[in-house]
Design a protein around this ligand. Sequence first.
Ligand SMILES: C[S@@+](CC[C@H](N)C(=O)[O-])C[C@H]1O[C@@H](n2cnc3c(N)ncnc32)[C@H](O)[C@@H]1O
Length: 374
Amino acid sequence: MQWMATCPHETVDVLACELQSLGIEQQNKFYRGIMFDCDLETAYRAHLLLRTASRIQRVVGKFDVSDLVTLQAALKKIIWPDWLRTHHAFTVRPTLADQSAQKLDENAIVTSVVQSIQKSAFEKSPPKFDPEADNPITIILFIRDGTCVLGIDTAGRALHKRGWRTSGHPAVLKETLAASILMLAGYTGHEPLVDPMCGSGTIAIEAAYIALNKAPLIHRGKDDFALEHLAGFDRPLWRRVGDQLRAQKKSGLSAPIYASDIKSDYVDVARACALRARVEKYINFSVTAFQDLEPPAPRGLLIANLPYGERIGAGTIDQLYKEVGQIIKQRFSLWRVALLVPSQAPIHLLALNTTKEISLRNGALPVKLLILER
Ligand SMILES: C[S@@+](CC[C@H](N)C(=O)[O-])C[C@H]1O[C@@H](n2cnc3c(N)ncnc32)[C@H](O)[C@@H]1O
């Protein structure tokens, strides 16, 4: 069985490591994603366990496409009743990823897929094409270099939507990005961790999940993954995989996690999110300005997503960046440090000798992960 996990281009290698740790050796790096081969059980594990994937697709076919005629000929060979159920609406999303693909007519591609499904021999009536339906199954055609990868989205909602987020903070990180920076910083849960600017708590919550070996998507509700609505879905196997992953969760941390913020409202939001994520009891929250923070242990990982461009209360961003750099040098000199900062932020004012700088994106915003190993 072929699958494709997608992620931002910059974190493909992190995703590759995650797939590797699931025992998936057969991997093919693709544009903003990785194609991989595995059996249904491993794929179900991947849906619940991958921390950095944005989405997952089941690959239906990969074929050459030079024009609409070749596409239609390839579509004719797909046995749609093997993939789709009659009662679940679907939509079609072509991605025309280079100039030659862009010569194809997007609407004609959609119509061709819809017609090929409607002409298929379903036992009852074929599924309805309805992009406005509640959570329609999405058929994705990724066309580039004269090749089309046709897949069916199996995630449903994007995988960063773990199910615990509440509103109340203006600058949250995506859960998948928080997990990526933790992994890029080498966090495994075996050292104390401090996020001194925790905002809504995303980094601390993802850290708790890593440290507890807890599957990030385990609390999604029944029928929340699109794969549950596809032909061939194996409910007993899905349940068994979920139960196994629940059983593999550790009962406690081997090193503490601390999360603080200067604003008490944000710490309240972080606590509420952690409670919904069922890890609140594992995180030590406090309302503290970074300027007043003392290291809770001789060594550990200090990881933070520094503010920039949002209102930061008294003082300027320049002043804050200078102070952050000084405090790290003075009080956290034995700690490993990972700071996520917008690329246009006054990084030089931190005056830190970083070991590594990794370019990433926070949504559309170019950011850097500055790492200081000790
Ligand atoms: C970019 S946000 C962090 C968002 C967080 N990563 C999340 O996903 O929700 C930066 C945070 O730094 C906090 N902050 C700003 N100045 C601070 C200071 N001097 N000490 C502690 N926290 C501060 C802000 O209140 C804000 O919540």
